[in-house]
Design a protein around this ligand. Structure first.
Ligand code: GMT
Length: 377
């Protein structure tokens, strides 16, 4: 198949999933065309069947807001037409789905019929998409897509409750490449960070409000009262300065390291004992899956699709959003007994293996075939 993939090229979960999917499809023999405004962060190798088409938005003094969606639409029309693509798979509804639908309509006027598959990732539905300023366009784009997938059942239900749509939504969860994300021997690194055998707690995110990173710090402060521990905060974003202030106020400066954006995140996860994910909403929790693949149990909120990944009492624990006392109590329960910790680590890996890339990518491939067959009828 010749597949066009549109996504955010940044470190965000939707971009990571889209890029890893494209790479895996290319490895399985498909031609994959990425159409994005920058080279996707995870597009770290090229083969003869991976192509990258940059979307260039020209500037003009009149434009306070560069018309990215228009430029993307035009590029999609161009790439579909000249590369003879079989389908477009767009990740994150805003503005990718609406741009693809516009491109589809332009191409149809020229007799070219390109199926559009939209994958909903989370905040495009639960946060941004339901903002009234976007709702009509997101609803229309979902309804006009040839097919729609969501990354969890929870997100599928959220889509039905926030939008006027009866579109069939196929749930295809996030996935992980277990050959890349697996526990690595980094004992020297662990000794440098935790010289006295402290437990290492970790959180990775884009430091947006929805991640409740302040809850991570508050939970950590409570854990530290009972267990010698250090906290590694990986990633960056708008909340980071506020979080740094909270850490100073709680006098936690020496116990918390802000590592910023890191590419080889699996090397950091490999030395950690517990992952905290207290999100307000979370459609799936790819960051938690990455941790679990590196044998790190997860104490999380029970928001959105997290319970579809993190099994309460087995791979970690689920707590109500904002209940930092419960999160600290459950974390201590896991960390205070070495045998119990080992059991949770083993279970986390076993659960992560269910989401291995080799189990999930064929689901997308089969879905594409169904869509193409329906189009051919
Ligand atoms: O987590 C983020 O804020 C980034 C966001 C994205 O779209 O880049 O992630 C969303 O998509 C991921 C991949 O499908 C999911 O694993 C994340 O749970 C989801 N984030 C939220 O729902 C907040």
């Amino acid at each position: 198949m010749k597949i066009g993939i549109v996504c955010y090229p940044t470190y965000g979960g939707s971009g990571v999933v889209a890029t890893e999917l494209g790479k895996a499809l290319a490895m399985r023999g498909h031609d994959v065309h990425f159409i994005t405004y920058k080279q996707p962060a995870r597009l770290d190798f090229f083969t003869g069947n991976i192509f990258y088409h940059e979307v260039y938005v020209s500037s003009y003094p009149l434009f306070d807001f560069p018309p990215y969606e228009t430029a993307l639409t035009s590029r999609l029309v161009d790439v579909v037409k000249f590369e003879k693509l079989d389908l477009l798979h767009v990740h994150y509804a805003i503005p990718h789905a609406s741009a693809a639908i516009m491109a589809k309509q332009i191409l149809a006027s020229e007799g070219i019929h390109i199926p559009v598959i939209t994958t909903l990732h989370g905040t495009d539905i639960t946060l941004v998409g339901k903002d009234p300023s976007f709702t009509p366009v997101v609803t229309y784009s979902i309804n006009q897509s040839d097919a729609v997938t969501s990354v969890s059942d929870s997100l599928k239900q959220d889509t039905y409750s926030h939008f006027r749509t009866q579109k069939r939504i196929e749930v295809i969860p996030n996935f992980i490449d277990i050959t890349r994300f697996s526990k690595q021997d980094r004992e020297h690194f662990k000794k440098a960070i935790a010289p006295n055998g402290e437990m290492l707690i970790v959180h990775t995110s884009n430091f947006r409000k929805v991640k409740r990173v302040d809850d991570v710090v508050k939970t950590f402060a409570k854990i530290k009262e009972k267990i010698p521990a250090k906290l590694l905060l990986v990633g960056d974003g708008p909340e980071r300065s506020t979080i740094e202030i909270i850490c100073r106020e709680l006098n936690l400066g020496n116990s918390i390291s802000f590592l910023g954006k890191q590419n080889p995140v699996e090397e950091i996860l490999s030395i950690c004992d517990l992952f905290l994910l207290p999100s307000e909403t979370e459609s799936f929790g790819l960051a938690a899956l990455e941790a679990m693949a590196c044998e790190v149990p997860v104490v999380s909120s029970n928001a959105g699709g997290i319970p579809e990944l993190n099994v309460d009492g087995v791979t970690g624990f689920l707590c109500n959003v904002g209940d930092v006392c419960a999160m600290a109590e459950k974390s201590i329960h896991i960390l205070e007994d070495n045998d119990r910790l080992a059991q949770f680590k083993k279970a986390a890996l076993a659960r992560a293996e269910e989401f291995d890339i080799n189990n999930i990518v064929p689901k997308y491939e089969n879905f594409y075939l169904q869509v193409l067959q329906a189009k051919a009828k």
